[in-house]
Design a protein around this ligand. Sequence first.
Ligand code: FES
Length: 571
Amino acid sequence: MSEDHSPAGLARGLTNYGDRDFARYLRLSMARSMGYSEALLNKPVVGIASTYSEFNNCHRNVPELVAAVKRGVLAAGGLPLEFPTISLGEVFLNPTSLFFRNLMSMDTEEMIRGQPMDAVVLVGGCDKTVPAQLMGAVSAGLPTVQLVTGPMMTGRWRGERLGACTDCRRFWAKYRSGEIDNATIGEVEGNLATTTGTCAVMGTASTMASIAEALGILLPGTAAIPAVHADRLRAAEASGAAALALARAGITIRDIITEKSIENAIRVLLAIGGSTNGIVHLTAIAGRAGVDIDLKRLNELSDTTPVLVDLKPTGPYYMEDLHAAGGIGAVLRELKPLLHLDCMTVAGETLGERLAPAPAFVDRTVVKPLDAPLQPQGGLVALFGSLAPRGAILKRAAADPALFEREGRAVVFTSLEDLAARIDDPDLDVAPDDFLVLQNAGPRSASGMPESGYLPIPQKLARQGVKDMVRISDARMSGTAYGTIVLHVAPDAASGGPLGLVRNGDRIRLSVKAGTIDLLVDADELARRRRDQPPARPAPQRGYARLYYREVLQADQGCDFDFLRPVPVGE
Ligand code: FES
């Protein structure tokens, strides 16, 4: 286990006045003003990172969860102390939630480090909050339990079951192609997200919850419990007790998030057909633990990990179905021969011990067995080539295999603004076999790597019934989206990557089988284009935007900030 993390309660990390006894006396006298008894103030402290915000619909249940965590800590003999951190509500942030993820991770890390707590429970859920919390917590290094807010329940509309946000996109595509009218899309809007919790499909939030359970940092069986289910409150209560037990046993997050547990998490990411964002976030979390995820290793794991779960956006099911089917535990049991079973979990047992008992029930319509998977290979594949020297990601589980081996003509959009202005232009020179290319939407662009890699099918083609095209960008894609979409091209266009040198009419070759993506333009021509390239946008001059622009790393390093990664020994 790690170095001494014996519980010290409120005496931990005293304020520096040059007089320790005075600092302790002053802290306790201030704490008394909150009405706690002296006996309680002498207990080990479990901090609870609360991310309640009225700008975050997915966290509406956080106060109730925090209250349950407190119950668990008190019942186990500790003092629970809630503290606020930044909260990131996916659709309420500009330019993107990813832009703020590292800021939230810094807030989380420093508040864990700066305040007197022996362990911490992180309460998060919406897409970027769980990665931000785990990144910060790994850097802070205390005993840690992650608790998620849980997925939304699905809604009903005219006999159909709807869930955010794959169905949001499906109906928006119908609206764009003229299949449904204004009044209908308005009705749909009111029935997509009907309860608290995170998006109901295997989007980024569900992916991160599943990954967290695979890492062992979430209590067993808790990733998929719906937000409104009473079991979620019981999971919260148990999380509080577990955090205190970890503090007493001296088991920190660094004993749990290790190279081996990260590999387990990648296996689960692949087996659940998880969001492409999952690999960016897991890379960032791993980076904080000093573990580099090599995209070539990702391909090796992808080739040997079958897809077992068929949730939207690729299949018909939702997270509530996965919970009822046996949850992530059922997936882990199927993957058992491929996993490192000696990894420690926050339950105080190894993954192998956790998976030893036979499951009570598994619904095989939702979780397939290892010997009869949905697909023999994993959902994600990394591509390399002259267009993406440091790699790009394709979610093959959500793509059309008919488009996997082909060459196409590039139709280029130089920015999000250019895309918005021209994609539906009836005079746009575009055909169904073309490759749509979006530039300047990567981590270093002004747009902060939005989830805009899901370029809309040009309206004139959508109206002809075209449903999918090859789309390439340095942007991300929502985990709830689908299509033959090449993302996270690195280096990004704003950093001078070859993606920024593509011009209308260039030929691009994609081969998913070979794992390649190449720009078929000769080197002299590319050198000429590079010389003629207009100067990069001016760097932001102040505030967080300046820090972000200077420090953000490329997608293959998780878009973390350079200075937040561990300093190599000896430097
Ligand atoms: Fe929060 Fe989808 S908007 S998880």
